[in-house]
Design a protein around this ligand. Structure first.
Ligand code: NDP
Length: 483
């Protein structure tokens, strides 16, 4: 397979921030007005802050770390980005075909080896009105960055049709690799005509009994090679000129998708097709909403680069990957741009007089070796309904159950937070985790159709459910509501 997708940093940004509402001037790209003294006395100073951990972010971290500048990567909800959702990658320069997640694991290890540090948190707000730039995270931490490399990539585009939001997690999904195990022997559709749709259809093919690929035009946009590979999957059928109009389903304890309303645009005919699952693969939108009014963006939300560089409109702030590149969208290009951004950031730091003796006067954020690893005891894992019943019958404490799959990057990012939560509430709440691929009875009984999926039980009854990645404050609120 040829992967010409540029992996994104996997940042699904939540919450609202204040938009400054002013146009960002292109003129402020010089460093003269920046005085290094402004960083003295600031707490938690980061010389190079990398936001996002896809190929662009990790390549930037590699070069930042290697330049001996304290480099910190904010990993976001989907560490490793889009490549972690692909299978075999054949066009990563310098290596023979290898699985996407393994490539990103190596890239992270390489960056860590070079000296970069990782924080499992997400930036939700940046303040560019004063330097050093203030960064606020989803978990409520505040840092001050001398330079920032934005590599937040993009998130799946939504259709905006009725039923899509209502049944997200109940049959509607944006990650075939994460959720395909829940659709064994079921009928599913994949919407889209690009390489992502082709890839998702092939990922689902061994699991679902039938996969219908719904393409709105009379031809697919996917590469000839991908279309060719698709032909080898007998249970995949392509329906052209087919536009989804609505997703239908039932509410209640067995809430689920039951059908999709489609319009055959060639025949001008609308009809309902019974199905169990809808996988969206209709492209991506840049993860830049938290940057509005902070750096110059184009009409689609991509960061505007200044000339042939990775510079944004704000001095010391750079970008790389799908957040700025709408032309090439290749993982290799993203990594190359990440390297350029790190070189730009290092040059900026040198230009403003940042060096070892200056660093010694600052409160540089120190992250010890291993600090990015789970610092809390592991959460108890169960794999069957019998185990769950034994625990729930033996205690009157509320129970929180976290369903994950190994192929779901946001689930894996959430596990350390679940461990932190378990430690915080250890005397009041029982916290359990379930690998959804190993516990068919629990998955079936509680209708888990998407991960991460959090279930809350009180007095033996299921009383709360959440089907999306969660921040630590959201998890804490979830638990508080159980008490
Ligand atoms: P694309 O933008 O290439 O394709 C999006 C598809 O969704 C198009 O077919 C588009 O239709 C369709 N679409 C958009 N909106 C709607 C809608 N409202 N209703 C129905 N259909 C809709 O995005 P991809 O994510 O597929 O690919 C992004 C980049 O990543 C590309 O460069 C691609 O090559 C690369 N990639 C490569 C992979 C690989 O090689 N293994 C895997 C995945 C991605 P239309 O064509 O009519 O506009």
């Amino acid at each position: 397979m040829v992967v010409n997708r540029m992996a994104y940093a996997g940042m699904i940004l939540v919450g609202m921030i204040l938009v400054q509402g002013c146009l960002v001037s292109r003129a402020h790209t010089r460093t003269e007005h920046i005085s290094i003294d402004a960083a003295l006395g600031k707490k938690g100073v980061i010389p190079i802050a990398v936001i996002g951990s896809g190929p662009a972010g990790l390549a930037a971290a590699l070069y930042g770390g290697a330049a001996m500048m304290e480099t910190v990567v904010f990993e976001g909800h989907e560490p490793g980005g889009l490549l972690t959702k692909t299978t075999l990658v054949e066009n990563w320069p310098g290596i023979l075909p290898k699985m996407g997640p393994a490539i990103m694991e190596d890239a992270r290890e390489q960056a860590a080896h070079a000296g970069a540090h990782f924080i499992a948190d997400m930036i939700i707000e940046i303040d560019t009105s004063a330097w050093p730039y203030r960064l606020k995270t989803e978990n409520g931490e505040v840092y001050h960055a001398l330079t920032i490399i934005i590599a937040t990539g993009s998130s799946p585009r939504m259709l905006g049709i009725s039923g899509e939001e209502q049944f997200m997690g109940y049959g509607v999904s944006t990650c075939a690799l994460c959720d395909r195990g829940f659709f064994r022997d079921r009928q599913v559709v994949v919407i889209g005509g690009g390489d992502s749709a082709a890839e998702e259809a092939m990922q689902l093919s061994p699991y679902a009994v039938s996969v219908k690929l719904l393409v709105r035009k009379e031809a697919m946009r996917a590469s000839a090679r991908m279309q060719d590979r698709l032909r080898g999957h007998e249970n995949v059928e392509i329906l052209y000129n087919t536009q989804p109009m609505a997703i239908l389903g039932v509410e209640g304890a067995d809430k689920k998708v039951t059908a999709i309303t489609l319009k055959d645009t060639a025949l001008n005919k609308t009809y309902d097709m019974p199905i169990d699952g809808v996988f969206l693969a209709i492209g991506h939108i840049p993860n830049s909403w938290f940057l509005k009014g902070k750096v110059e963006l184009d009409a689609e939300g991509h960061i505007v680069m200044q000339g042939r560089s990775q510079k944004s409109s704000v001095p010391g702030i750079y970008a790389a990957g799908e957040i700025e590149d709408k032309e090439y969208r290749q993982a290799g290009v993203a990594a190359g741009h990440g390297i350029s951004a790190a070189l730009d950031a290092v040059r900026f730091l040198t230009d403003i007089g940042f060096n070892k003796s200056m660093a010694a006067k600052m409160d540089i954020l120190k992250i010890g070796a291993g600090a990015d690893n789970a610092a809390h005891p592991d959460v108890q894992k169960i794999s069957s309904l019998a185990e769950f019943e034994a625990i729930s019958q033996g205690s009157d404490k509320p129970i929180l159950v976290d369903f994950y799959t190994q192929t779901c990057p946001s689930c894996m990012a959430m596990l350390p937070l679940i461990a932190q939560l378990a430690a915080e509430y250890k005397d009041r709440v029982i916290v359990l985790k379930v690998d959804a691929d190993e516990a068919a009875d629990l998955v079936g009984l509680y209708h888990v159709l998407r991960v991460p999926c959090l279930l809350g039980f009180k007095d033996g009854q299921l009383c709360a459910r959440y089907n999306k990645p969660m921040s630590l404050p959201e998890l804490q609120e979830f638990v508080q509501n159980l008490l």
